[in-house]
Design a protein. Sequence first.
Length: 171
Amino acid sequence: ATSLREALGRRHLLLPGLHAISSRRGWITPGALGYLCERLHVPPAEAYGVASFYALFSLAERPPRVLHVCDDLACHAAGAPHLAEALGDAGDASATWLRSPCLGLCEHAPAVMLTEAGAPPRAVAWGPTRIEECRAALAGQVPEASPAWQPCVPQLATARAELSLLRRVGQ
């Protein structure tokens, strides 16, 4: 009798494996996906489904430097469409930009995330951003964080005693 753990193989390593491939190559090649499936004993259709589900993964070749421009609701309301229009067809063989679903920086809208594949890979997200920062990032001048970016911690400004859930944040 096969145990459940053996039946599931090493499926729990699928997402970390896909991240490793993507961060090194910039995209998930068919050969790399096949090799990962073989090593983890995961059916290729299942791995393909996971890889194609996440917007930050690509199954098609793309440049190693990608600027992801958030276009979810908060960023859209804060000017992401204007960023996208201004970027137009910016990019070349070494860099491109893409519209992206939420990057988790809604309080700093409009937000972007730059990923650079290679050894070592790099990813930096910031907001609010300006078109000049986006163009500089595409050109390889990567900011650590936008000068306007500050952690959003409500209790930091007014550490009131009645706010007990996050009372100690920032202290």
